[in-house]
Design a binder for this molecule. Structure first.
Ligand SMILES: Nc1ncnc2c1ncn2[C@@H]1O[C@H](COP(=O)(O)OP(=O)(O)OP(=O)(O)O)[C@@H](O)[C@H]1O
Ligand SMILES: [Mg+2]
Length: 327
């Protein structure tokens, strides 16, 4: 049987709970398969364990049990095959923006000349809009600018697997859009595989092939793997006009608002791989699957915006009145 490019197998993370008899089980028996070239987003409420999973994938944290195989080898520490953008943009504070990126590039291509390294790093810093801040140190940059240095550093090393922990959280909407577009260009040109944490449902639909939905901790699990079956290239200005857009969005929002705190029903459920869901395929009633038609459910009401409230969910079984799409 062929294995996925990245195979997360039975991953659990426990911490001792001082004064309590049992450990804190952050997540338990997480199983994920990621194919080469897949763009996978993971969404879940704060504290459920997303960054912990990403850090284990990066080789920077260890699981209590289970493991991760990438390209046939078990992950046992950091590697240049995996580029990380951390939630808190970890930069070396004594180096300038350019030197921070050079550091990664030099490690990746040790035979390159100084000029080649600088030209390559500068190209990626230009790409994230920092052409005028190459020689500034992190303390002289805003939070969003530091995050962009961190993004440039990860992109510049062209890793096989990009691990992005809320990479655009600190950016204004315009910059975020520009860098999202660059990410898509890099991903499609270099056939990279991306695993990205986001709290933004609309961002996940714009970027991902698949969204993993994580239930709340403790004892969190990946409950669903939701297919984003919208054609590419996707344009942010037009994606909401696709007849399936709101069907997918409603499914994700409904999970986060109403279903993410449901405990696993049974031990066997908790240990299972996530349920595969394609919101654009009707639940088969008579053994037959029907795709959503052009005039099908999920079309946005006139005048709503990309970041509007949960506004067109007539088919949702358990709906609440939340206004937010950032979780
Ligand atoms: N050293 C530690 N000791 C005990 N518990 C810890 C430790 N580190 C993390 N945790 C717990 O592990 C859980 C998962 O943390 P993690 O940072 O992975 O969450 P997250 O899903 O990334 O959250 P957010 O969306 O807020 O970034 C949290 O409940 C946190 O309190
Ligand atoms: Mg986190």
């Amino acid at each position: 049987m062929s294995k996925a490019f990245v195979s997360v197998e039975g991953l659990s993370k426990h911490y001792p709970s001082p004064g309590k008899q049992s450990d804190l089980i952050v997540f338990d028996q997480v199983n994920i398969g990621i194919e080469k070239g897949d763009f996978v987003c993971i969404i879940g409420h704060s504290g459920c364990g997303k960054s912990t999973i990403l850090n284990i994938l990066a080789g920077l944290d260890v699981a209590t049990s289970g493991g991760v195989i990438m390209d046939g080898k078990e992950i046992s520490g950091p590697s240049l095959d995996r580029g990380v953008v951390f939630q808190n943009y970890s930069l070396l504070p004594w180096l300038s923006a350019l030197q921070n990126v050079n550091f990664g590039v030099r490690a990746r291509w040790p035979n390159w000349s100084k000029a080649e390294v600088e030209a390559h790093s500068t190209k990626y810093l230009n790409m994230v809009g920092l052409a005028n801040s190459l020689h500034q140190k992190p303390s002289q940059l805003s939070g969003g600018m530091r995050q962009r240095v961190s993004i440039a550093r990860a992109f510049a090393t062209q890793p096989k697997l990009l691990l992005l922990d809320e990479p655009f959280g600190a950016l204004d909407a315009l910059t975020r859009g520009i860098i999202q577009d660059e990410l898509i260009k890099i991903w499609s040109a270099d056939q990279q595989t991306v695993f990205m944490i986001t709290h933004d449902v609309d961002e996940a639909i714009l970027l991902a092939d698949r969204v993993l939905l994580m239930s709340n901790g403790p004892n969190a699990r990946i409950a669903e793997s939701v297919k984003i079956n919208l054609p590419r290239p996707r344009e942010r200005a037009h994606i909401i006009d696709h007849p399936g857009y709101y069907k997918i969005r409603n499914h994700l929002v409904n999970f986060l608002v109403n279903c993410s705190n449901q405990p696993a029903r049974a031990d066997s459920d908790r240990h299972a791989t996530p349920i595969e869901i394609d919101p654009l395929v009707e639940v088969p009633h008579a053994g037959e699957e029907k795709p959503v038609t052009e005039t099908g459910a999920g079309r946005k009401p006139a005048g709503s915006s990309l970041v509007s409230s949960i506004d067109s969910a007539p088919s949702l079984a358990c709906r609440s009145g939340s206004d937010s799409t950032i979780f």
